[in-house]
Design a protein around this ligand. Sequence first.
Ligand SMILES: NC(=O)c1ccc[n+]([C@@H]2O[C@H](COP(=O)([O-])OP(=O)(O)OC[C@H]3O[C@@H](n4cnc5c(N)ncnc54)[C@H](OP(=O)(O)O)[C@@H]3O)[C@@H](O)[C@H]2O)c1
Length: 298
Amino acid sequence: MKMISFAEFGGPEVLRLIDAEEPHAGPGQVRVAVRAAGVNPVDWRLREGQVLGAHPIRLPAGVGLDAAGVVDEVGAGVGDVEVGDFVFGEGSNTYAEFAVLSAWARMPAGLTFEEAAGYPSVVETAVRLLRETEVAAGQTLLVSGASGGVGSAVLQLARVRGIRVIGTAGPANQDYLRGLGAVATTYGEGWVERVRGQGPVDAAVDLAGSGVLGELVALTGDPAKVLSIADLDAPKFGVRFSGVAGSVRDALAEAVDLISRGELRIPVERVYPLVDAAAAHVDSQAGHTRGRRVVVPG
Ligand SMILES: NC(=O)c1ccc[n+]([C@@H]2O[C@H](COP(=O)([O-])OP(=O)(O)OC[C@H]3O[C@@H](n4cnc5c(N)ncnc54)[C@H](OP(=O)(O)O)[C@@H]3O)[C@@H](O)[C@H]2O)c1
């Protein structure tokens, strides 16, 4: 089968489209014929050799955690899906024609494979952040970097939970944030005052890693009320870094319910053929993705 692989850590140019042995579903896993794979920042962080502790890698390595596709092998002990079912979920080496998933859900009606591939890691992260901030209905959550994949999910899950959100994003994404129910503001010069003007903030999440933890602590009044998924300096500010994934299966179950009710939608910024995976990484690394980018085999 065709898959994207890299044999050395480095820039997007280390990615190669290669012929590889097909993987097979082990116990508790399914294999899918991949129709689309989500592009997450962790994909290029791993390619650069940045996050080896959390995801140990042996070279040569494949790329990609998220996929949507058609089940074509069911491992021992799996009873909830059959060959031919359309699923989306998380696994490994998903930038490929076939990939093994370890957590999945059936795709809800009305979702394309390209759209579905954008959800798994993003909704797991959003559900985890909302749980760990302990922000409650009626309270206000500040989201720094609200228009990307994780931000899009956080805003919509917060709206369902009755949480008021103030989100920061670039000028081109202000209407987008408002459409997801948030109070929107740009993150440039004077952003702290603009947020203050919207009233008290009960908790804040840093999704962009843009060096604003000091400001988020000042706005909430307490480092314990701030959480980051993107700034490794978090401990210096007394801020928690959330890096340990929760249940993808539970998050997907919630996502399926909300998608079916029209309460969650993560847009696809752009679809790339597998052979252009390097371009997808260049664009993701530029840091201004609205929703999710995906790669498609074939
Ligand atoms: N620790 C974990 O468990 C975990 C899990 C998932 C992701 N992450 C990390 O979290 C980060 C976000 O992930 P993602 O998938 O949402 O990324 P993404 O889809 O690439 O989104 C990045 C967003 O950041 C915004 N942004 C860029 N510069 C900004 C600034 N100076 N201030 C505020 N926002 C800014 C952009 O908004 P505009 O386009 O509007 O400028 C863009 O929408 C990544 O670094 C990723 O590696 C960590």
